[in-house]
Design a protein. Sequence first.
Length: 158
Amino acid sequence: MRRVFCLAILAFLPPAAAQAATCTVSATGIAFGTYIPSNASPTDRTGTVTVTCSAALQTVNYTVALNAGLNSGGSFANRRMKNGTSLLSYQIYSNSARTTVWGNGTGGSSTVSGSFNCLVACTNTKRNHTAYGRLPALQWTASPGAHSDTITVTVTFN
């Protein structure tokens, strides 16, 4: 009877409060290298968006969105890198088949979601999300050389 009494007391104790999660995001860019207009095949490369969280007694859900870039005119269908006045089209996808444009959920794009199930505790737990880049071939109007763009990564925790 004594054992049952102790367990009954523990059952009535209030649960420990969940503490706020601490999360960060980092990214490695997609490096296509120097563009050569006469390449007959597209150039495929990858980058990574990493979400890292520490939390306890909770599930942390998040969504990762990418903007269209500085040179796109706001269109996910028109992502472009720049070298001086030369523009070079490219795209970022969320799947390895390169069929789902990774964006902010508008203009035909999709976001990427994830979660951390920290039912006890998570300490600096990482989730890597691969960004699949593609540089189409035979862009004759672009000049040879290194082109660049800047993509903003936004992580929303819900």
